[in-house]
Design a protein. Structure first.
Length: 334
C-alpha cells in the first residue's frame, strides 16, 4: 500500500498534486486550524506529516501516532518540534534551510530600513492627513549607511544580512554567536566577532537571527535593552520569545531605545497590546520568508523530504537522527 500522509495546512495545489503521485494524501486545503486533539486524530493512521511552524509536535502527539515515521516542517526554524521526543519515538524531523536564506535576509534588511527611517509611521502620518508643511525634524530617523550593524545569531541568514550591510551600505558589521565563524567566512561578511555585551553597547542597529531554544528565551529583556544606545533600533526576524515583548514595549515607550521592527511575537498571532499603541515600532505578521518563489521552494523541499524518506532514500535536510529501536518495533507491529 502507498504510504499515507497528512498535510496540516493549505498549501500550493501543485505541491498537493505532486505528493498525491506518491502517497495517499489527506490535505487541508480549507486551511482549518486544528486543535492538538484533532491533529492527533487525523495523524493517527499516517506515515508522514507535512507541517508548518504552527503545529506543536511533542511526545503526547507522537504517542498517539504509532505509524508516523517523518514530520517535514515547511520552515527553517523547528521550535515547534520537541526534537528529543521525535528522536526517541524513532521519527525523522526535517526543515527547509537554504532555500529561504536570501529572501529572509532581504526582509530583515527591509525591516531594518523601515524601522530606522520611520517608514510605517510616515505612511500613517500622510494617510491621516497630518502632512501640511515642511519641518526640519519631520520624521527624522537614524542612518543606515556607515553605521554599526550588530547581528546576534550568525547562521546563514545572519551572514546574508551582514553581507548586505557591509557590501551594500558600507556598514561596520559586528556579530555575536555561540560559535565564532571561521576567518574566511568572517572576511566574506566583513564582520567582526564581539562579546554579547559589546554587541549590545556598540550596535546602532541590532538584528536578531538566532534559533529559538530554551536557552534563547528572553535573550533580549530589560537588562539587555538598558545596555543599548538610546538611538538604537532593534529588529527581530527570528522567533517570538527571544525578546521579552513587555520589556521591549516599556523601553520603546520610555525611549530607552529609539525604535523596533518586529516580524515575530511572543504568543503570536497575538501581539502584546502595548506594542500596538506605540508609534516607534514597525510590526509585520511573520512574513520574512514570504515571496512567492521562496514559499514554493520551501513547500517543494518539505515535499521532497517526504518523498525521499518514505521512498527509503533518507531525508534531504534532517534535523535529527531518529533512534532505530522504536522504528523496528513499529514496523514489526504493522
Ligand atoms: C519561519 O519562521 C521559518 O522558520 O522558516
Ligand atoms: C538558520 O538556520 C539560518 O539559516 O540562519
Amino acid at each position: 500500500a502507498r504510504p499515507r500522509i497528512l498535510i496540516t495546512r493549505a498549501i500550493f495545489p501543485e505541491v498537493v498534486q505532486r505528493l498525491s503521485e506518491h502517497f495517499d494524501v489527506e490535505a487541508n486545503q480549507a486551511d482549518a486550524i486544528w486543535t492538538p486533539a484533532e491533529l492527533a486524530a487525523r495523524l493517527a493512521d499516517k506515515d508522514g506529516a507535512f507541517t508548518t511552524g504552527s503545529q506543536r509536535i511533542d511526545a503526547a502527539l507522537l504517542a498517539a501516532c504509532p505509524r508516523l515515521r517523518i514530520v517535514a516542517n515547511m520552515a527553517v526554524g523547528y521550535n515547534n518540534f520537541d526534537v528529543e521526543a521525535l528522536t526517541r519515538a524513532g521519527v525523522q524531523g526535517t526543515n527547509t534551510p537554504d532555500v529561504l536564506t536570501e529572501t529572509t535576509a532581504d526582509f530583515g534588511f527591509a525591516l531594518l530600513m523601515a524601522t530606522a527611517r520611520r517608514m510605517a509611521e510616515a505612511e500613517h502620518y500622510l494617510r491621516a492627513g497630518q502632512w501640511t508643511t515642511w519641518r526640519y525634524d519631520l520624521l527624522a530617523g537614524a542612518d543606515i549607511h556607515a553605521s554599526t550593524l550588530g547581528i546576534l545569531g550568525m547562521g546563514r541568514i545572519g551572514q546574508g544580512i551582514a553581507r548586505r550591510g557591509a557590501h551594500g551600505f558600507g556598514m561596520n558589521v559586528i556579530y555575536h554567536n555561540r560559535t565564532r565563524l571561521n576567518a574566511a567566512t568572517e572576511a566574506q561578511c566583513r564582520a567582526r566577532y564581539v562579546s554579547k555585551d559589546e554587541l549590545l553597547r556598540s550596535a546602532d542597529h541590532l538584528v536578531l537571527v538566532l534559533p529559538y531554544t530554551a536557552e534563547a528565551h528572553h535573550t533580549i529583556g530589560a537588562p539587555e535593552l538598558a545596555q543599548m544606545k538610546p538611538s538604537a533600533t532593534l529588529v527581530n526576524i527570528a522567533r517570538g520569545g527571544i525578546v521579552d515583548d513587555a520589556a521591549l514595549a516599556e523601553a520603546l515607550r520610555q525611549r530607552r531605545i529609539a525604535a523596533a521592527g518586529l516580524d515575530v511575537f511572543e504568543g503570536e498571532p497575538q501581539v502584546h497590546p502595548a506594542l500596538l499603541d506605540l508609534p516607534n515600532v514597525v510590526l509585520t505578521p511573520h512574513i520574512a520568508s514570504a515571496t512567492v518563489p521562496t514559499r514554493r521552494a520551501m513547500a517543494d523541499l518539505a515535499a521532497d523530504n517526504l518523498i525521499a524518506f518514505l521512498g527509503g532514500r533518507g531525508a534531504l535536510t534532517p534535523v535529527n537522527t531518529p533512534d532505530a529501536a522504536p522504528a523496528h518495533q513499529r514496523s514489526s507491529a504493522n
